[in-house]
Every structure is written in C-alpha cells, then in structure tokens.
Design a protein around this ligand. Structure first.
Ligand code: ITT
Length: 205
C-alpha cells in the first residue's frame, strides 16, 4: 500500500522511513513524500496544537491524493519561554531557515543558566484515511538547550538540543547522535511508535 507522508521536509521522510521500517515491512507500506505530488496544495497550519496541525496536514494530503496519509507536526518547547517556539518552531525567525531559528532561540535564552534551559522536542503523528477516519499520537523527548550549536547530523534545532538521560552520561547534542540512535529515541520515534497500532488496524491489506 502506498502511504503519503504529508511533508515537504526531506529529513522527516528519511527519518520516518527508518522509524517505521519494521511496521512498513510487516504491512507492505511504501512511504512517499509530498514531493511526489507537486499539485497537492500547501496547508495553512492554523491549528493551536501539534495534534491539530498534524491532522490538518494529513487530511489535506489524503484529500489531494486519495491515499492514506501520515503527517508529522513537531517543534521545540522551551520551559523558560513558556513553551515557545512550540508550534511556531519552523517560522520562529520569520523565514531565516533552520540556522536563523536556532540563532534567534540562543539569543533569546542569552546567558540563562544551565538549570533553567529545560526544553522538550514534541511531535504529533497523525494518520488520516481517505474516508476521513483519523488518529493522532504525541511524543515528547526531554532535554536542555545548549549554549552554542554542536554537531553535523540531523536537522533543525538538533545542534542546540541536549537530550536528558543519555546512556553514557554524556552531554551530546542530538546533531552528535548517530541517525540510528536518534531514530530510536526521538520525539518522532515515540509518536510514530504510538501510532503503529492504528496503522496495523487500518492498513493491513
Ligand atoms: P512540514 O510542515 O512540511 O512537515 P516543517 O519542517 O515546516 O515541514 P513543522 O511545521 O512540523 O515542519 O515544523 C517543525 C519545526 O521543528 C522545524 O523548525 C524543525 O526544524 C523543528 N524540528 C522538528 N523535529 C525536529 C528534529 O527531530 N530535530 C530538530 N528540529 C526539529
């Protein structure tokens, strides 16, 4: 079964194929990004929660393609900023890209001390079927915001996010993780693993 992932972010497509590798093999799913459907409209992400925006994106893709659709809405929620940038993470610097977003965040945190730099990556994973049935699950991955970017891996805010409870007691940023390791523990992995039972219920051929 072909399933469309309602995103234009190639990093998400790549991570999700990894995260859902076993489920996809079990159910015979082929995950394709929205880039395969240039005619699909852009969605106005005007929900007020990650779950609402994930459902909006998946519903629009299911509607445009006639395929079952998955979506990811995600972001970084920083405690001392009252949960910002949160659902606004992608647009935080007003179009200055990943680098601009994380530089603005570091500037906003300034020299806030380490014990007050708690944050979490959050991901809502949604499934919407062409008949309109839907499900959504949330994943939350706790950590802290580093003082400067480190590491080359991942994307987005990864270079400034230091996951809590690292197995080796290290303080690596998520950009210093191996892709395999990130895809095992991330907010995205947690959310889509929680969504897997819904995939098994609705997409088994
Ligand atoms: P789509 O809406 O097309 O899926 P997007 O990248 O705009 O693509 P979001 O609206 O969900 O997606 O915004 C997610 C924001 O959170 C964006 O700034 C990402 O860089 C950031 N983000 C999400 N997951 C991340 C991760 O695993 N590592 C680093 N940053 C992440």
């Amino acid at each position: 079964t072909k399933v469309v992932l309602a995103t234009r972010n190639a990093h998400k497509v790549e991570e999700l194929r990894e995260i859902l590798a076993d489920v996809s093999a079990d159910l015979g799913l082929e995950i394709v990004g929205l880039d395969a459907f240039p005619e699909a409209p852009d969605v106005v992400e005007d929900g007020v929660t990650f779950e609402q925006n994930a459902i909006l994106k998946a519903a629009s893709a299911a509607n445009a393609t006639g395929l079952p659709a998955l979506a990811d809405d995600s972001g970084l929620a920083v405690d001392v900023l009252g949960g910002a940038p949160g659902i606004f993470s992608a647009r935080w610097s007003g179009g200055c890209g990943d680098r601009g977003n994380l530089e603005l965040l570091l500037a906003q945190l300034g020299d806030v001390r380490d014990e007050h730099r708690a944050a979490a990556f959050v991901c809502a994973a949604a499934l919407v079927l062409p008949d309109g049935r839907s499900a959504a699950e949330l994943g939350r991955f706790p950590g802290t915001v580093a003082r400067e970017p480190r590491g080359e891996g991942g994307f987005g805010y990864d270079p400034v996010f230091v996951p809590s409870d690292q197995p080796d007691g290290n303080e690596r940023t998520l950009a210093e993780y191996d892709p395999d390791e990130k895809n095992h523990v991330s907010h995205r992995a947690l959310a889509f693993r929680a969504l897997a039972p819904h995939l098994k219920e609705h997409l088994r051929p």
